[in-house]
Each structure stands twice: as structure tokens, then as C-alpha cells.
Design a protein around this ligand. Structure first.
Ligand code: ATP
Ligand code: MG
Length: 512
């Protein structure tokens, strides 16, 4: 039959029940405990008549209980629906309602934050610390009281590969959050593709939120293969290294801005990171210089993934093995197929730039309750095969490595010329006074749009006018920046993506 991730966890509980499954800042649980808690969650859902296929929402900081509820819901055939606690309360309430979840699990700060919102689901609290006097938690119950008794066994549920495993809401970097439905088969593909990654003996350090696919593609394979997950909670570079050293971490998934902060620590080389074997990154552009620095100074392989929550296709770059390809995101993974198309949906000639479309064994079922949006996200080849549009623009080099440019929505069209912000960001990033930068298109009367840079200067002495002149001297005539704005920090999402929409809003009304 078809073994689900909860089935794999059951097997680990039998074979290595006392080995650590998940650790968080409060403590850790072994595989036997994880498996028993998942049973208690699944049995409670069945007791309450919650049918397979229904969403169970979770809005909380990462913890062992969070993952136990998530996986227990999946064991009952329900659809785990982790939601970003960092979203604004009204948006969180809207996502809970959109998912149709009859139950939402909240931690204490989240219960406080949602006090003034209408929450459509029954509320379960992860802890009883200082219950707020009013608000939705007034009639909330404690998860601990709701769980079926220890030793309870849920009725086994028949699960098919195409059944929904979880819903992840898109981050909304480019629009309203949509619920991306991921199947058991898709999760299985993520586990299977890591068969050579040594996750069976892994200690995987996680410092990103659990509602993000970026995190789950590392957490779920670790548990699928029987390794240990260490959840660090709120990230800071020195805290991360201290914890990694203490746990003798072997695997990790970090987003580029986290690598950047860690490598910038003056005493980085003083930490003992010799246990590391496999480091990954995904979700945002990772500069070649930073990849080279990580490869040179941090033990273990560095592999960058490019992909999206919706699936489509993923690329992988083994940065350690391909020092001359660090400007790329690597090659499509086995069984993954990428094509590049133009504005009319026609494939571009080899070597040319186009929008990425992809297909693989790991594709979303669709957007929850949004068939029109799902259709818009698809592309079909001549044989009628279904691809997912990634919304990114890139080109393949002569060796088949994908060089990613920008999100299609971020391209700047100025006086009829296409400007790729990433080209300009690459030049700016080489200036010694620029610590971080982003280029966006601003409305212009003469050109339609014009490129403007927002930079984080390395020191207060940095002179924007000099940086502008230096940069423009290296750019083609049609690419030149019309302004540079210094700022103390670029706005980023909780998983480190630069929020260009927010930057644009910030600059509106500011003369370039
Ligand atoms: P939304 O769809 O709501 O705007 P999102 O696209 O940021 O959110 P994700 O599915 O998490 O949500 O991110 C996928 C996108 O992240 C890709 O389309 C690409 O733009 C970017 N991305 C992922 N991996 C990489 C990478 N290795 N290098 C550069 N960009 C990447
Ligand atoms: Mg997207």
C-alpha cells in the first residue's frame, strides 16, 4: 500500500522510539512520544466527527507541539493548514475562514492578537499561560484537555497519494494569499528526492517558520528518514551558531539573508561546525559571492534549491561541486522539467530569456477553492501536459544551468526597453559601500517606468551620489538608475524575501 509520512513516523517509533524526533527551546520529544501524541490528536479529531479532508489550522510559533498537531491531523486524513502568525490579524482570520477549518490551534500570543477578530473555527490553545480575559480565547479550550487520552488509537484512515496533505497560503509577495493545496504524493516526492542526503542520521537546524514550504521541505524529509529536527525559535546569527555547535548539527536550511548575517559575524571561524554535512538554501536570490564564502568557510555541502510552493519544477545547484556556476540556480532535478516561454505562451529559442514553467512529480493540486486562479497558474505543452507557471524570468546557459533573472512582475519597462532589476542589483552589490540593495521600477512621465535603487549603506559616510555615478558608469545607456535612496534595512518577509511592493509604496511621493 501507500505509506504516508505518519506511517513512516510510526515505523521510526517502533525501531528507534527513544531517539529525538524534534527539539525546541523548551525541550524535546522522541519518536515514540511524537507517534503517541499524533495518535491522540487523530483520535480526538475522529471523536469530534471531523472528517478526513477537512482543514485543521495552526497559527503559532514553531514548537514540538505544533508539529505533533500538524502531523496528527495528517494521520486522521485532515489537511494541516499552518498560517503565518506574522500576518495582520484580519488577514489571519480571513485565511482561517478561507481554509474552512472547523478547528484552529493557537499559541498564547496569537490568541491575544486575534482577540478582536471574528474567528470562524473552534479554538484550541497550545498552552494555558495567562489566558486573556476576553476575545476568542474566552471560549477557547486547552489542547491538552482536548487530546484523546494517552494510549488512544485512531481508526486507520485510507489515504490516496493525491489526497491533500497540507495547505500553505502563498506569502502574498505578489498578491492576495491563496491556499496552495499540496498532496501526500508531493510530500512523498520531497522525502524521496532526499534519499542520498543522509537525513536518517541528521540533526537538522531550523530557524525559519513552519508555515513556509521552505521550512517544511527540510523538516518533513528529516522526520521521514528518522533524523532529528532542532527548532531554534527566533533567529539571530550568534544564537544559531551556538545552538548548532551544541547540538552538533549536521543539516540545515537557511534563507540567503540568514547566511549573510551568519557569515558577517567577525568570530564565525571560532565556532566548531565540523559536524555539518548538508546545508541548503531556497526562497530568494543568493549572491554568488555569498555562496562562495559559505562553501569556503563552512564545512559540508552547500546546495541551493530554486522552486515554488506550488511545485512546478525545482532546480538544484550543488555549489560545492560547481564553483563556476554560482551565478545560477543549477539544473532541473531528476524527473523535473523546465521550459521557458514568451508573453504569447510560445517556447523561446535555446539560450533566450523566458518565463519559467515547470512540471514534476511534486505539483500542487491547485489553489483551495479557486479554480480560475488555478487555471491561470497553468501552461500546457503541445501534448497537453500540465505545467505550472513560476512567474520568474530566466535563461539556460550552454550547460543547462538556469540563470534566474527576476519575477516577471518586477521587470521594469523603460522607454520600451526591458530592464532586469537583478542586473542592476548585481552591479550595485559590488560597490564596497553597499551592504544590501534592491532595484524597483518607479512611474516616470518620459519613460513609463524608470529604475530606482534602495540601498543599505555600509557606513554613514557612503555617498549616494558617488554610488549612483559609479554604478551608472557600468550600465548600458538604457539601464541607468535615475536615483538611489539610502535606508537602514530592506523590508523583508518572515522568510527573508525582499518585499518590493512595500518598497514601491514607501517611495511613492518621494522624488527620485
Ligand atoms: P507569492 O506567490 O504569494 O508572491 P512567493 O512566490 O514568494 O509568494 P514561494 O512559493 O515561497 O512564494 O516562493 C517562490 C518564489 O521564490 C519563486 O517563484 C522565486 O521567485 C523565488 N525563489 C525561490 N527559490 C529561489 C532561488 N533559489 N533563487 C532566487 N529566487 C528564488
Ligand atoms: Mg509565487
Amino acid at each position: 500500500g501507500f505509506a504516508t509520512l505518519p506511517d513512516l513516523i510510526r515505523a521510526h517509533a517502533r525501531e528507534r522510539g527513544s531517539s529525538t524526533a524534534i527539539a525546541d527551546p523548551q525541550g524535546s520529544i522522541d519518536y515514540a512520544t511524537l507517534d503517541r501524541t499524533m495518535d491522540r490528536v487523530a483520535a480526538a479529531l475522529q471523536r469530534d466527527g471531523i472528517a478526513a479532508g477537512q482543514a485543521i489550522a495552526i497559527v503559532a510559533a514553531p514548537s514540538t507541539s505544533y508539529l505533533s498537531v500538524f502531523l496528527g491531523a495528517v494521520r486522521a486524513g485532515c489537511v494541516a493548514t499552518p498560517i503565518a502568525p506574522s500576518a495582520i490579524p484580519s488577514a489571519i482570520a480571513a485565511m482561517i475562514a478561507d481554509s474552512g477549518a472547523p478547528i484552529v490551534v493557537l499559541d498564547e500570543p496569537m490568541a491575544q492578537a486575534l482577540a478582536d477578530e471574528r474567528v470562524t473555527a473552534r479554538i484550541l490553545l497550545l498552552s494555558d499561560a495567562d489566558l486573556p480575559p476576553e476575545g476568542p480565547s474566552g471560549d477557547a479550550e486547552l489542547l491538552e484537555h482536548w487530546l484523546a487520552p494517552d494510549g488512544a488509537r485512531p481508526t486507520p484512515v485510507a489515504i490516496a497519494p493525491g489526497d491533500a496533505f497540507n495547505i500553505i497560503y502563498s506569502s502574498g509577495t505578489t498578491g492576495t494569499p491563496k491556499g496552495i493545496v499540496q498532496s501526500h504524493a508531493m510530500r512523498w516526492a520531497h522525502i524521496a528526492r532526499n534519499s542520498a542526503a543522509g537525513f536518517d542520521t541528521a540533526v537538522t537546524m531550523i530557524a525559519t517558520p513552519l508555515y513556509s514550504n521552505t521550512t517544511l521541505v527540510s523538516v518533513l524529509p528529516t522526520l521521514g528518514w528518522g533524523g532529528s529536527v532542532v527548532l531554534m525559535g527566533k533567529f539571530d546569527a550568534r544564537g544559531y551558531l551556538t545552538l548548532a555547535e551544541r547540538y552538533r548539527a549536521t543539516h540545515t536550511m537557511l534563507v540567503p539573508v540568514q547566511y549573510q548575517r551568519i557569515m558577517a559575524l567577525p568570530d564565525f571561524d571560532a565556532f566548531d561546525l565540523s559536524a555539518f554535512r548538508f546545508k541548503t538554501s531556497t526562497s530568494a536570490p543568493f549572491s554568488a559571492a555569498l555562496k562562495a564564502d559559505v562553501v569556503a568557510r563552512w564545512p559540508g555541502l552547500l546546495v541551493e534549491f530554486y522552486g515554488m510552493t506550488e511545485g512546478g519544477a525545482s532546480c538544484a545547484l550543488n555549489a560545492t561541486a560547481h564553483p563556476t556556476k554560482l551565478h545560477s540556480v543549477g539544473q532541473p532535478m531528476p524527473g523535473h522539467e523546465i521550459r521557458l516561454i514568451d508573453d504569447d505562451g510560445v517556447e523561446v529559442p535555446p539560450g533566450e530569456m523566458g518565463e519559467v514553467v515547470g512540471r514534476s512529480p511534486a505539483m500542487m493540486n491547485g489553489y483551495h477553492g479557486r479554480s480560475a486562479a488555478t487555471r491561470d497558474a497553468e501552461w500546457h505543452d503541445a501534448e497537453g501536459n500540465r505545467y505550472i507557471r513560476h512567474g520568474d524570468v530566466g535563461r539556460f546557459d550552454e550547460d543547462g544551468f538556469l540563470i534566474l533573472m527576476d519575477r516577471k512582475k518586477d521587470l521594469i519597462i523603460s522607454g520600451g526597453f526591458n530592464i532586469y532589476p537583478s542586473d542592476l542589483e548585481a552591479v550595485l552589490g559590488q560597490h564596497p559601500d553597499v551592504a544590501d540593495c534592491a532595484v524597483i521600477g518607479m512611474p516616470s512621465e518620459s519613460w513609463g517606468e524608470t529604475p530606482v535603487a534602495v540601498i543599505v549603506p555600509r557606513s554613514p559616510e557612503a555617498n549616494p551620489a558617488d554610488i549612483l555615478a559609479w554604478t551608472n558608469a557600468q550600465l548600458g545607456k538604457t539601464q541607468r538608475l535615475s536615483g538611489i535612496h539610502p535606508t537602514s534595512e530592506l523590508p523583508r518577509s518572515a522568510i527573508g524575501k525582499v518585499l518590493k511592493r512595500e518598497l514601491r509604496d514607501r517611495l511613492t511621493g518621494t522624488p527620485a
